[in-house]
Design a protein. Structure first.
Length: 388
């Protein structure tokens, strides 16, 4: 049996320029998730840790940041757990590569006569870990945009050095219309033809897995979200490869290492009497590690006055991130309509007809805007003051 911990897209040292004062805190969260990954590898006594690219957010990092990473990898080496790192697209193995500037293996205590820490390179596309009876294959390039697929004409069956053959790539799986402009792309057909026992992928920040032919592939996702909308991040994968009476078996288990949690909440505006009551409902879910995406739905009455930006501002200290979206629908005109001969009556009927046309055509957003126009127009024509 071979036990692997698979991670990727840690993006250590990310600047997060758009986050202002929160940027430093997020960088520390990302490093804490990396430390939690190391702790998990040690507690689970895995054989190999695979890092499928973008361990660093860029090739420009201060030495102290590299030393922090090396210290964690040293802990693995002291426990005889091997680490294999593939360069990504952020820490690409080009002339300015961080892996050229720093001897990561040496800094982590790995010497030339052992295989405790290996950084794959264009001139070293694989490593045979004799103690684990596995070859880790990770073809990579000296440019961010690959000149070809790293799996082009690759077949693990041609390599007889070990029982197990595992791929380690930072690449997108080809999806027509979605990955055409990605720097490194592999197809499902190439994955199937690779005959690998497992393909550890990086690049997509959400944890997911699948199968191409007989090959199990998986993205570990980012161990801590790099952006607050990555709601399948925060994971690493524990992978077990075993030979059974029925043949080779691959098990993939998600484990959470990130602190950030995500929650989507739909609130019917019928349960909201006013803005303070909305604030109170949301405050009950307060959590400094929670990214809450709250969406207001249902039919909104004319007298419900909500300003979601004010709600977000008031509750911002109570959450890691809060987003409040008003997707509720203003009700259509209530009560008797003015005569069609009046300006008010003509206005109401014209807008109602246009709303019906838009809804029938599936233009939901435009119809919702016109419902708001109708609501405000009715209030103004009735002599109410309306604040915007």
């Amino acid at each position: 049996m071979l036990r692997i911990l698979h991670t990727a897209d840690v993006h250590l040292g990310a600047r997060h320029a758009d986050l202002g004062e929160q940027a430093k805190a997020l960088r520390e969260r990302q490093f804490a998730a990396f430390q939690a990954t190391i702790e998990l590898a040690l507690s689970e006594k895995v054989d190999v840790v695979l890092i499928a690219g973008d361990l660093f957010d860029s090739n420009t990092q201060p030495r102290r940041s590299v030393e922090r990473v090396a210290a964690e990898l040293r802990r693995l080496g002291e426990a005889k757990i091997r680490t294999v790192i593939a360069p990504g697209t952020h820490d690409v193995y080009d002339r300015s590569s961080i892996y050229r500037a720093y001897d990561m293996a040496g800094m982590a205590g790995s010497g030339p006569d052992d295989d405790l820490v290996t950084v794959l390179r264009p001139d070293r596309p694989d490593v045979y870990l004799t103690a684990c009876d596995v070859v880790v294959h990770g073809p990579c390039f000296t440019t961010k945009r690959a000149p070809q697929s790293p799996l082009k004409d690759f077949d693990a069956r041609a390599d007889q050095r070990a029982t197990w053959h595992v791929g380690l790539l930072h690449a997108a799986i080809a999806i027509s219309g979605r990955t055409d402009d990605d720097e490194v792309v592999v197809t499902r057909e190439e994955i199937a033809a690779s005959n690998l026992d497992y393909l550890a992928l990086g690049h997509w920040h959400s944890s997911q897995q699948g199968k191409a032919g007989n090959v199990i592939w998986a993205y570990a996702g980012a161990p801590e979200p790099v952006a607050v909308d990555q709601d399948r991040a925060g994971k690493v994968l524990l992978v077990t490869l075993d030979e059974t009476a029925q043949g080779r078996a691959v098990g993939v288990e998600e484990r959470t290492v990130g602190r950030t949690r995500f929650e989507k909440l739909e609130l019917d505006v019928a349960t909201v009497t006013d803005q303070p009551s909305l604030v109170e409902q949301l405050r009950r879910r307060a959590d400094p590690d929670l990214v809450l995406d709250a969406r207001l739905i249902g039919i909104r009455s004319d007298d419900l006055d909500l300003h979601v930006d004010e709600v977000e501002s008031e509750l911002r200290p109570s959450f890691y991130k809060l987003r409040v979206r008003d997707a509720s629908t203003p009700g259509l005109s209530e009560g008797p309509l003015p005569s069609a001969e009046t300006i008010a009556g003509a206005f109401v009927r014209d807008v109602q007809e246009r709303i019906a046309e838009l809804e029938q055509a599936g233009s939901v957003a435009q119809a919702a805007e016109l419902r708001d126009v109708l609501r405000l127009g009715r209030l103004l024509l009735a002599g109410h003051e309306v604040s915007l």
